[in-house]
Design a protein around this ligand. Structure first.
Ligand SMILES: [Zn+2]
Length: 98
């Protein structure tokens, strides 16, 4: 097989992460994915999950202060069934890597 195979990191417009291609080795193992690999490279996956955590905190604070309605639902449970989600599921890679 081709060792230098590239895989697309989907990035996240929400967190300003641009999509790009990276060697397959740069992607975290994610058994819940169809092909067993995450859809973002490790670096961006970490940025993404960190961003989500920040967002969740900020949202909670905002809600406490202003009683604002939920801007958007956050998916906190694995959605491994539907493969057409634009963003990866919020579970950490294999529950350990993040
Ligand atoms: Zn990336």
């Amino acid at each position: 097989m081709d060792m230098a195979e590239l895989r697309k990191c989907i990035g996240s417009t929400r967190f300003g992460i641009e999509a790009h291609e990276a060697p397959v080795a740069e992607f975290p193992v994610q058994p819940s994915q169809k092909d067993g690999l995450g859809r973002m490279c490790k670096l961006h996956w970490n940025q993404y999950t960190a961003g989500l955590a920040r967002d969740a905190k900020a949202r909670k604070t905002t809600r406490d202060e202003a009683a604002a309605p939920d801007p958007e639902p956050i998916e906190t449970k694995p959605s491994r069934a539907k493969g057409k989600a634009k963003e990866p599921p919020l579970e950490p890679a294999d529950g350990a890597a993040v």
